[in-house]
Design a protein around this ligand. Structure first.
Ligand SMILES: C[C@@H](CNC(N)=O)C(=O)O
Ligand SMILES: [Zn+2]
Ligand SMILES: [Zn+2]
Length: 497
């Protein structure tokens, strides 16, 4: 199976240049200014188009069982939506129930994903309980045949996924020992639980209760606390779905002290805000319920994009975890029962291009960095993924920077009946998506095959994550002072009275 992409401008995270790309058997085999087509070779004309690495979305929850429901985008529809939007790899999360073996949960997720994915995928593992058995299984799943190199800890969702600080700290010590990245959902779950109770007892049951139960400073406080604990454990930390300026400031504070911390804003937080929670239409407001909530500060989306430009936030994701209108309506009398989660995996690339490149805040190379390359480097599958280079997987998108599209539930490929970006016109359109050398999206049509995607094992000890840790560890080594044993003398005996 071969493909020739002609007349395009290649964009990697570090360079842009006009060149042709020859693909054979799923790999990029040649990059040159002009490659002549041979008979029978399929040619894709990329004149006036960018040729970019396929997007990597490092944070999705396809068909997640959560809050009594199952997320509607499963590994088939969710990865179809991904490729329709220019994403060619997702990293989803194995989330064991409390007390469940990591290995049992891992097998369940592999059983769900392998037969369905239309693009490649990797897995991150959530730690929802703690004990020596979990620590041992963490070590097992970082081995090659499991391919896990990151572990997520929830500081929210009390009683469901949440772990206590000491469990989080011990989990990070184990991550550091295994050279695996710790990821955190940073909210103060204990205070949130109290605030939910108070709001409901005060008669506030609508989606406005959700955002008021989770003031932004509860994300900022938990983010600061998580960064502090990670520092103490000398464990690199990755903060998922950074939704507020305060959380971003906490990350910057610790990075300025030399801590290895990565911040991940998501498409929803880069393109919309928490004003929707106050919409008088209950269902409209409920559609935006996710945690942490969208910021109530309308300047936050633009601020988060600028922090990506400045390198204080590092890569984008979506936290795609979709529930349809019926499922959202299960919380019609109690906001704590609205399944948390929003869409994003189909629209992330266009949203980041529109709010970033078209808005003049980031350049195309930074766009590639924050939508693909940084994820490949952090999760240790670079340059197999995340680069247009000879030898890399042929995960490629033909990107039309000048085209626009209007996002709508009527045209999206998600398995839900609404889209949080409904009606938004965005610049930057993926015209052709190629997964390991096969065209899976072109001319507005999917050409996908269920199960054609492959699981990508992610090895520990990513350089961008761990290369500073050893020296930093030396500086943090505990100090023992050698001294003669202390002997109390009569002169020092305490007064008799
Ligand atoms: C459960 C999952 C998706 N839901 C959400 N972010 O509201 C998460 O918290 O990341
Ligand atoms: Zn989360
Ligand atoms: Zn998530």
């Amino acid at each position: 199976m071969s493909l020739l992409i002609k007349n395009g401008t290649i964009v990697n995270d570090d360079a842009m240049f006009k060149s042709d790309v020859l693909v054979h058997d799923g790999k990029i085999v040649e990059i040159a200014p002009s490659i002549d087509p041979t008979p029978g070779l399929e040619v894709v004309d990329a004149t006036d188009r960018f040729v970019i690495p396929g997007g990597i979305d490092p944070h999705t929850h396809m068909q997640l069982p959560f809050m009594g429901e199952v997320a509607k985008d499963d590994f088939h529809r969710g990865t179809e939506a991904a490729v329709a939007g220019g994403t060619t790899m997702i990293i989803d999360f194995v989330i064991p129930t409390k007390g469940e073996s990591l290995l049992v949960a891992y097998d369940r997720w592999r059983g769900w994903a392998d037969p369905k994915v239309v693009c490649d995928y990797g897995l991150s593992m959530a730690i929802t309980s703690w004990g020596p058995e979990i620590a041992k299984e963490m070590e097992m799943v970082t081995k090659a045949d499991y391919g896990i190199n990151s572990f997520k800890f929830f500081l929210a969702y009390a009683g469901v996924f949440m772990v206590r600080d000491e469990e989080f700290y011990q989990g990070m010590l184990q991550c550091a020992k295994l050279r695996a990245l710790a990821r955190v959902h940073a909210e103060n779950g204990a205070v949130i639980a109290e605030r939910c109770e108070h709001l409901l007892s005060s008669g506030i049951t609508g989606p406005e209760g959700h955002t008021q139960s989770r003031p932004e400073e509860l994300e900022a406080e938990a983010t600061f606390r998580a960064c502090t604990m990670a520092s103490q454990a000398n464990c690199p930390l990755y903060v998922v779905h950074v939704m507020s300026k305060g959380a971003a400031a906490a990350i910057a504070h610790h990075r300025k002290k030399g801590a290895v911390v990565f911040g991940e804003p998501i498409a929803a937080g880069l393109a919309t805000d928490g004003s929707h929670y106050y919409n008088e239409d209950w269902l409209h407001a409920a559609r935006y319920v996710m945690s942490p909530p969208l910021s109530r500060d309308p300047s936050t989306p633009n601020a988060l994009m600028k922090l990506l430009a400045a390198g204080e936030l590092h890569l984008t994701a979506t936290d795609n975890c979709t529930f349809d209108c019926h499922q959202k309506s299960l919380g019609k009398d109690d906001f704590t029962k609205i399944p948390n989660g929003v869409n994003g995996v189909e629209d992330r690339m266009s949203v980041v291009w529109d709010k970033g490149v078209h808005a003049g805040i980031i350049d195309p190379m930074k766009f590639v960095a924050v939508t693909s390359t940084m994820a490949a480097k952090i999760f240790n599958c670079y340059p197999q993924k995340g680069r247009i280079a000879v030898g890399s997987d042929a995960d490629i998108v033909i990107w039309n920077a000048n085209a626009t599209r209007t996002i709508s539930k009527d045209t999206h490929h998600h398995a839900i009946d609404f889209n949080i970006f409904e009606g938004m016109q965005v610049h930057g359109v993926p015209e052709t998506t190629i997964c390991r050398g096969r065209i899976v999206w072109a001319d507005g049509q999917l050409r996908t095959v269920q199960g054609a995607g492959r699981f990508v094992p992610l090895p520990p000890d990513s350089q961008i994550v761990f290369s500073a840790v050893d020296n930093r560890g030396k500086a943090l080594e505990p100090v023992k002072v050698e001294r003669a044993p202390y002997v109390a003398t009569t002169l020092e005996a305490p007064d008799a009275n």
